[in-house]
Write a protein that binds this ligand. Structure first.
Ligand SMILES: Cc1cc2nc3c(=O)[nH]c(=O)nc-3n(C[C@H](O)[C@H](O)[C@H](O)COP(=O)(O)OP(=O)(O)OC[C@H]3O[C@@H](n4cnc5c(N)ncnc54)[C@H](O)[C@@H]3O)c2cc1C
Length: 432
């Protein structure tokens, strides 16, 4: 009897809460959100900060958050030329995995994956992190052998990875065609079951809100146009809203790292190219894993809304335009339709591009620079979304201590002088 009464009471209270939240939604809609509490402030730019982070993408916001939270840094600004999360953070296909070949890559990406696993709790914001598995296909005998060798290297680093037969792949992905006569026959593949996806905007919003709550000023529509440097050390940043004095500056400007480095008087070994993706109309659930194919240069997953999110390769020329060439998505879609015949009936809704900065070895730069107290975090190329928490975490550490920790150290600019490259281009072929 008591149990029944308790159940009825809890039903009524949930009902009441729903009623109140619906009421509050309606009230705010009618009042044009006048009293709606903002997720973060829109502060005025101050003339001086201890630390300025340039770039309010996921990496920049995460950097500011960890600086404030773990290093007790105060008086931090994150400034962006556009709106927060409007760069590659809001344009990517959200694949998260840590199954890279080299030990150094395993270090940073696995550090990140571990942070992803608790990020929604850490930020008190649902990042919609979904460990649905990332499955990479092999289409030739050689690719399968190379993949098997890579899986062995990955497992030696304690990271989950399994080689799968075509039949096992068909069980996980019933819509895939494993007919050996295909132009890209499925010879096998490998899966990281802890890999998956997250909601890209939620990651930016979650870090922004959490950083703001720790006192970080987030300044949008504030383009950086130059630096003030005295005796080889940074003293401030020039922006379209005026000059700011700063003791330390961290640059996290994916797509524009080369341009911003030039403002500080040095060059980066980086190449900027458009990379594009597209989404279909929403459909019923047909795919609950992420599929990647390096040969076709295709990657696909189904979003929670039901859209199929497909990504293609980067354009082969340098550009700062946020749209790519049609032939790239045309080639990718032709191969995708062969592998997944049901896709032929899909209508595509929209496509877009982002500018990716890629280093010759397809590994990032997390480094001090020739200018004292100016640090760069860039070169994540086509695959930096997955690194967002880990990258922000180690970059904050570098800025706070002026020394890279053991995870970040291999990614310093010195490697291009010493020749100790971390060649993930050669190892993985594709780095999403
Ligand atoms: C189509 C596409 C698909 C991708 N798919 C994946 C994937 O599946 N998985 C994955 O891991 N990665 C993927 N990536 C890569 C990933 O998106 C990036 O590596 C990552 O988002 C970079 O984050 P960020 O915070 O460094 O950069 P961004 O989010 O680009 O932030 C940089 C910010 O710097 C600002 N900025 C630039 N210049 C200035 C200036 N002068 N002054 C002030 N601000 C400035 C920009 O406005 C921007 O907001 C993909 C990228 C694209 C384009």
């Amino acid at each position: 009897m008591i149990e029944k009464r308790e159940k009825a009471k809890s039903r009524t209270s949930t009902h009441k809460e729903n009623k109140y939240s619906l009421f509050s939604l309606a009230k705010n809609a009618v009042s044009k959100h006048k009293n709606w509490s903002q997720a973060w402030r829109s502060p005025e730019l101050k003339p001086e900060y201890d630390i300025v982070v340039i770039g309010a993408g996921g990496h920049g916001l995460a950097t500011a958050y960890y600086l404030a939270k773990e290093h007790g840094s105060k008086n931090i600004a994150v400034i962006d030329k556009g709106w927060l999360g409007g760069g590659n953070t809001g344009r990517n296909t959200t694949i998260i995995r840590s199954n890279y070949m080299w030990d150094e890559s395993a270090g940073i990406y696995e550090h990140s994956l571990k942070l992803w696993e608790t990020l929604s709790h850490e930020l008190n914001f649902n990042t919609m992190f979904s460990q649905r598995g990332v499955l990479t296909l092999a289409h030739t005998e050689h690719e399968l052998k190379e993949m098997t060798r890579r899986v062995e290297a990955i497992r030696l680093n304690g990271i989950d990875s399994e080689v799968l037969s075509p039949r096992a792949i068909k069980q996980i992905v019933p819509i895939i065609d494993i007919n050996p006569q295909l132009r890209y026959p499925v010879m096998g593949g490998f899966i990281q079951r802890r890999g998956g996806t997250a909601r890209h905007d939620a990651v930016a919003w979650g870090y922004a809100r959490a950083a703001d709550q720790l006192g970080v000023d987030i300044i949008q529509n504030c383009e950086v146009t130059g630096f003030n440097i005295k005796k080889g050390a940074i003293t401030g940043v020039k922006t379209v809203k005026g000059e700011i004095k700063a003791n330390k500056v961290g640059c996290v400007v994916a797509g524009h790292a080369g341009v911003v480095a030039e403002m500080a008087g040095f060059r980066l070994p980086i190449d900027s190219r458009p990379l594009q993706a597209l989404v279909s109309e929403p459909i019923k659930p047909i795919l609950d894993t992420v599929i990647m194919s390096n040969s076709v240069h295709m990657y696909v997953s189904q979003s929670d809304k039901g859209e199929l999110v497909l990504g293609a390769g980067a354009d082969s020329y340098n550009s700062y335009s946020q749209r790519g060439s049609l032939n790239i998505i045309e080639g990718m879609l032709a191969a995708a339709v062969e592998l997944f015949p049901v896709f032929s009936r899909l209508r595509m809704l929209r496509s877009w591009g982002g500018i990716v900065d890629t280093c010759p070895d397809a590994s990032p730069i997390i480094s001090k620079t020739p200018v004292k107290n100016l640090y760069f975090n860039c070169g994540w190329g086509t695959g930096g979304f997955k690194a967002t928490p880990g990258s922000g975490h180690v970059f904050a550490d570098l800025i706070a201590k002026d020394e890279p920790n053991s995870i970040a150290a291999p990614f310093s600019l010195d490697r291009f002088v010493g020749g100790y490259l971390i060649d993930e281009h050669g190892a993985a072929g594709v780095a999403h």
